[in-house]
Design a binder for this molecule. Structure first.
Ligand SMILES: Nc1ncnc2c1ncn2[C@@H]1O[C@H](COP(=O)(O)OP(=O)(O)O)[C@@H](O)[C@H]1O
Ligand SMILES: [Mg+2]
Length: 302
């Protein structure tokens, strides 16, 4: 055992240890990630050790894919912000070069300057179009069509020690959202919930009709939606301290130093906002957390 799990001997004695991760070695020499827990107990006068080893290659693949998507999203935002400011500076410089031309005519140095400024403007426009080319295409989607296709991925993300329950109310209106963004948002929420429950627990995802009056105060501009959907993802995990909850939607804010990117909840919030709605958190320390997404109904029902 210690051959494939070098840290095995160092594992703490009973009660069952928290899951730990190691790199395992396959018979053909290939490496793969494993998660293991150890526990010791005495029975029939002897000490026993039980070790549960799980191949988590699939989970890692899912998490890597998500992290990549998060990085792209942030790169897009950064590029967009820089391009925007840069474009404004170029416009100021161009305007002044024009004024200068009125004074000194078409001096070759001025011509060169204007050409460079035009190239700078071009560059900022290309950057902006890159930032806007994020593969987001809001379309009218019906949760009862798209969510069942995601359940395998979500179950995998939740892991085997967590029970995942999903409930979709009948007859929900369509929403304007990008299915890829919805999948990422749910995946982020499930991963967060799982991480808050290292000893297992329950994640419940509910898709229900929202109450327009109750939703109004949360909606952008306080606008009361005529109809819409409320998605809630609840866990029975550690909950959040008030100061964590306050900052949870901040990009790069994480309490999981070294493991978290702090980009999960900001992505969830972006998703809700792109869909014309809002996201908020309810959390009680040691009881659990519920993340609510309030999404207005798509403008036209075909
Ligand atoms: N379901 C949850 N239960 C408890 N804490 C949570 C939950 N979801 C998020 N958090 C807290 O919010 C922080 C930010 O979450 P997130 O933006 O997804 O970043 P990350 O998961 O990379 O840390 C987490 O580090 C954690 O402290
Ligand atoms: Mg997260």
């Amino acid at each position: 055992m210690s051959e494939i799990l070098p840290g095995f001997r160092a594992a703490p004695p009973s009660p069952p240890s928290r899951p730990a991760q190691q790199t395992g070695t396959r018979r053909d020499g290939g490496a793969f990630p494993v998660e293991y827990r150890c526990g010791r107990f005495s029975q029939t006068g002897r000490d026993w050790t039980i070790v549960v080893v799980r191949d988590i290659t699939q989970n890692k693949l899912v998490e890597d894919k998500l992290l990549q998507a998060q990085k792209m999203e942030v790169m897009g935002q950064l590029a967009g912000g820089v391009a925007h400011d840069f474009g404004n500076l170029m416009a100021v410089a161009n305007g002044n070069a024009d004024l200068l031309r009125d004074h000194i005519g078409d001096d070759w140095r001025l011509v060169n300057l204007v050409r460079a400024l035009e190239q700078g403007g071009d560059l900022s426009r290309r950057l902006l179009s890159y930032a806007r080319r994020r593969p987001i295409s809001p379309q009218q989607i019906h949760l009862s069509d798209v969510v069942p296709k995601m359940s395998g991925l979500l179950k995998q993300a939740a892991g085997s020690s967590v029970e995942l329950r999903t409930n979709i109310e009948d007859g929900l209106p369509g929403i304007d959202a990008d299915p890829g963004e919805l999948e990422n948002a749910l995946l982020n929420l499930v991963l967060n919930a799982r991480d808050a429950m290292p000893h297992g627990g329950t994640i419940a995802i509910e898709f229900a009709r929202l109450d327009p009056d109750a939703a109004a105060e949360r909606m952008p501009g306080g606008k009361r939606p005529d109809d819409g959907v409320r998605i809630t993802v609840s866990d029975t995990g550690s909950g959040m301290a008030a100061e964590v909850q306050e900052r949870a939607f901040e990009p790069f804010f994480t309490t999981r130093a070294g493991r978290g990117s702090g980009l999960g909840l900001p992505m969830v919030q972006h998703f809700a906002e792109h869909a014309g709605g809002a996201a908020f958190i309810e959390s009680v320390a040691a009881k659990g957390t519920t993340v609510h997404l309030l999404l207005p109904a798509a403008r036209r029902d075909p």
